[in-house]
Design a protein. Structure first.
Length: 320
């Protein structure tokens, strides 16, 4: 049984704040899919961010002042379909810098469909190269991370040549010049949580070692074996891995050797339990949704905002 070792140190207000930013990335992508806007599915504009922030339907889910407080520097793209020989980049999130503190945030959305549809081969272990091949991670998650690309939003004033995310992780100052003097927060949900974890792992082992790095993950699958977890836990001191008791995703993947699953959770676990809140539909699909995580965190922080549960078709808000 997992201990809740972050219970005394977690900032609930920060956990909510970064959940809102990951939600923003998720909503931008879902809006693009809904509107059949293929260009925005690949590389949304700054105006797309502003449109979501201005939409009152989303004010319970996102930071409506995001575009006032932050500069969006880059969009993050990933290969959405891990099939040998197929390359299908789509938008997964963003890198932004706070206008006042100069702190950076990297927010990466989740993709539940991938977790539901992947083949067993997705979980076959492979070496994590950034730890000098020490530690094993699920090959599908790692392949997805290695496909990551950062690009400029199409309406950004400054345009960069697209660059692999793993190159940025190896030397964060390359594209975030203030990184040695300010904090960088990496946040992700579900599959996006694994990508956030690998970015932080790579940064902590490369030229980003010693930077002020914090990680907030929500509903993260297990990201590696005991060796990977041990190195990561030693390198990334400020890791907050938030998991919901009825959510099955933090309990996977499974890859057995000698009858034992080689994959193990990272340190920094913080337990929430959405079944404690009558307004949350107790179904398993709802237990994995980021807005449900956000609602539970806000409740723990003393705020009850049931509008958070109106996302999608409102199916995760229990009928009263």
């Amino acid at each position: 049984m997992e201990s809740q070792i972050k219970s005394l140190s977690i900032s609930l207000s920060e956990a909510v704040q970064y959940a809102q930013l990951v939600n923003l990335a998720d909503i931008i992508y879902k809006q693009a899919v809904k509107e059949n806007d293929t260009s925005a599915q690949l590389n949304p504009s700054l105006q797309a961010y502003q449109n979501v922030c201005n939409n009152q339907d989303y004010h319970a889910l996102v930071d409506k002042d995001f575009m006032t407080d932050y500069n969006v520097l880059y969009n993050v793209q990933m290969n959405d379909i891990i099939i040998p020989g197929k390359f299908d980049l789509v938008y997964y999130g963003f890198i932004a810098q706070h206008k006042s503190t100069q702190d950076y945030v990297i927010a990466i959305r989740g993709t539940e469909n991938v977790l539901e549809a992947i083949a067993d081969a997705f979980f076959v272990p492979t070496a994590f190269k950034e730890f000098n091949n020490n530690g094993l991670v699920p090959s599908g998650f790692y392949d997805l991370y290695e496909s990551g690309l950062i690009v400029s939003p199409p309406d950004a004033t400054t345009q960069i040549v697209p660059l692999l995310l793993k190159i940025v992780a190896a030397d964060p100052v390359l594209m975030m010049p203030d990184a040695r003097n300010v904090r960088t927060v990496v946040a992700g949900h579900s599959l996006g949580a694994t990508l956030a974890t690998y970015y932080a792992a790579a940064a902590s082992a490369g030229l980003g070692k010693g930077l002020n790095l914090s990680v907030y993950t929500y509903a993260s699958p297990m990201t590696g074996d005991a060796t990977f977890a041990g190195i990561y836990n030693n390198n990334v001191a400020d890791n907050c891995r938030i998991y919901n008791v009825p959510d099955v995703v933090p309990k996977v993947p499974e890859y057995f050797e000698n009858g034992v699953n080689i994959y193990t959770p990272l340190a920094g676990g913080y337990k929430i339990d959405s079944t404690q809140y009558p307004l949350v539909n107790p179904g398993a699909p709802c237990a994995h949704q980021l807005p449900v995580y956000q609602y539970a965190l806000e409740r723990l922080n003393g705020t009850d905002n049931p509008d958070i549960l109106n996302f999608g078709d409102g199916g995760c808000r229990a009928s009263s």
